[in-house]
Design a protein around this ligand. Structure first.
Ligand code: NAD
Length: 333
C-alpha cells in the first residue's frame, strides 16, 4: 500500500530542487503517492495568504510533507510561512543531521552531528512590543513541558541511532530562570537514558568548541534561538546550506525541508544544488520506515559525489540541478 505525502514545491529554486528530490525518491521504489500543493508567493494573489488553509489541511491529512523553501518578504506583509507551519502543526522538534560528505569542501573531517532544536517557544513565541517610542521588548518563553518534550526527543533519537552523547546548550549562567529551566528540564529526562552521556555547555563556549573541534560532538539539544544559530553554524562546518537537510517533527506529523532558502538570484537557471532537498527526502524515507529505499538514495549520492562528474557549481562542478539528480538516479542502480 502506498503512503500519501504532500509535496510543496515552494518559491525561487524550490520547484527545481523539490522536483529533483521527488524524482530521486520515486526512483528509490518507495511506495509514495505525491499530493502536490502550492504555498508561498504564488498563493498570495489568489488566496490573500502564502499559506492557505487547504495546504495545512493536506498536511494534517497526510501527516507527512516534503517542502521546498518559501520566500519571506522582509519588513512587510506576511510573517514567515515556515514559522506559521511549525506553529499550526505543532512541529516541536527541528532536527538536522549534519555530517561531512565525500568531496564536499569543508575545513573539517569526521563531523557527524545531529542538532535538535526546540521549535515552538523561546523568543520565537513572537511576543514583542514597543515601550514608548524608543524601546522595544521581546519576551522569551521557556516552559518545563516543551523543554522536557524536546529533551526526550533528543535522547530517544540518540538511543535509536546508537549515539553516545547529548550536549545541552544554554546560557543559564545569565538567564538563570528561563535557560535554567531548560537545562533542569532536559537534565531531568536524561536519567531515563543511563547509557547515553549527558553534558551541558554555555552557548558562547559551544560556538568556540564547535569551530575548534566539531568532531567531538554527537547530539546537541537547544532552545529555539540558539538552535537556529547553531544549526547554521554546524551546516557551515560540514560544507554549507547546500548540503544541510532538515526535518520539523511533531506528534501529529512531520515536514521535511532543506535548510537553505529560495535563493531567488539563481532561480529558474538549473543551477541550484538539489542535495539538501534530496537529503531531506532521505530523512523522510527513514521516518516512514523505508530504510532500504533511503540506503539506495544514499548510495547514489555517495557515488555521484565521489565521481565528481555531475555536481553543481557550489560543489566545484559544472552540472545542472536536473543532471545531478539524473546521475544520482542512475547510480542508485
Ligand atoms: P538562501 O539560502 O536562499 O541563499 C543564501 C545563499 O546560498 C545564496 O547565495 C544562494 O544562492 C545560495 N544557495 C542557497 N541554496 C542553494 C542551493 N540549493 N544551491 C546553490 N546555492 C544555494 O538564503 P537567503 O538569501 O537569506 O533567503 C532567500 C529567501 O528564502 C528569503 O525570502 C528567506 O526568508 C527564505 N528562506 C526560506 C527558508 C525556508 O523556506 N525554509 C529558509 C531560509 C530562508
Amino acid at each position: 500500500m502506498s503512503i500519501k505525502v504532500t509535496l510543496i514545491p515552494g518559491d525561487g529554486i524550490g520547484p527545481e530542487v523539490s522536483y529533483a528530490a521527488q524524482s530521486v525518491i520515486t526512483a528509490s521504489h518507495a511506495p509514495i503517492e505525491w499530493e502536490v500543493v502550492e504555498a508561498g508567493e504564488a498563493c498570495i494573489a489568489e488566496y490573500g495568504t502564502p499559506l492557505p488553509e487547504h495546504v495545512l489541511e493536506t498536511i494534517r491529512r497526510n501527516k507527512v510533507a516534503l517542502k521546498g523553501p518559501i520566500t519571506t518578504p522582509v519588513g512587510k506583509g506576511f510573517r514567515s510561512v515556515n514559522v506559521a507551519l511549525r506553529k499550526q502543526l505543532q512541529l516541536y522538534a527541528n532536527v538536522r543531521h549534519l555530517k561531512n560528505l565525500p568531496n564536499v569542501p569543508s575545513r573539517y573531517e569526521g563531523v557527524d552531528i545531529v542538532v535538535v532544536r526546540e521549535n515552538t517557544e523561546d523568543l520565537y513565541a513572537g511576543i514583542e512590543h514597543m515601550v514608548g517610542c524608543d524601546a522595544a521588548e521581546s519576551i522569551k518563553i521557556i516552559t518545563r513541558e516543551a523543554s522536557e518534550r524536546i529533551g526526550r526527543y533528543a535522547f530517544e533519537l540518540a538511543r535509536q541511532e546508537g549515539r553516545k552523547r547529548v550536549t545541552i546548550v544554554h546560557k543559564a549562567n545569565i538567564m538563570k530562570l528561563s535557560d535554567g529551566l531548560f537545562l533542569e528540564s532536559v537534565r531531568s529526562v536524561a536519567h531515563d537514558y543511563p547509557e547515553i552521556e549527558c553534558e551541558d555547555r554555555i552557548v558562547d563556549a559551544m560556538c568556540m568548541n564547535l569551530v575548534q573541534t566539531p568532531e567531538q560532538f554527537d547530539v546537541l539539544v537547544l532552545p529555539n534561538l540558539y538552535g537556529d544559530i547553531i544549526s547554521d553554524l554546524v551546516a557551515g562546518i560540514v560544507g554549507g546550506l547546500g548540503v544541510a537537510p532538515g526535518a520539523n517533527i511533531g506528534e501529529m506529523g512531520a515536514v521535511f525541508e532543506a535548510a537553505h532558502g529560495s535563493a531567488p538570484q539563481i532561480a529558474g537557471k538549473n543551477l541550484a544544488n538539489p542535495l539538501a532537498m534530496i537529503l531531506s527526502g532521505i530523512e523522510m524515507l527513514k521516518y516512514l520506515g523505508f530504510t532500504e529505499e533511503a540506503k539506495r538514495v544514499e548510495t547514489g549520492i555517495e557515488h555521484v559525489l565521489r565521481q565528481r562528474d555531475y555536481i553543481t557549481a557550489d560543489l566545484g562542478g559544472k552540472s545542472g540541478t536536473k543532471e545531478m539528480a539524473a546521475a544520482i538516479i542512475k547510480a542508485m542502480g
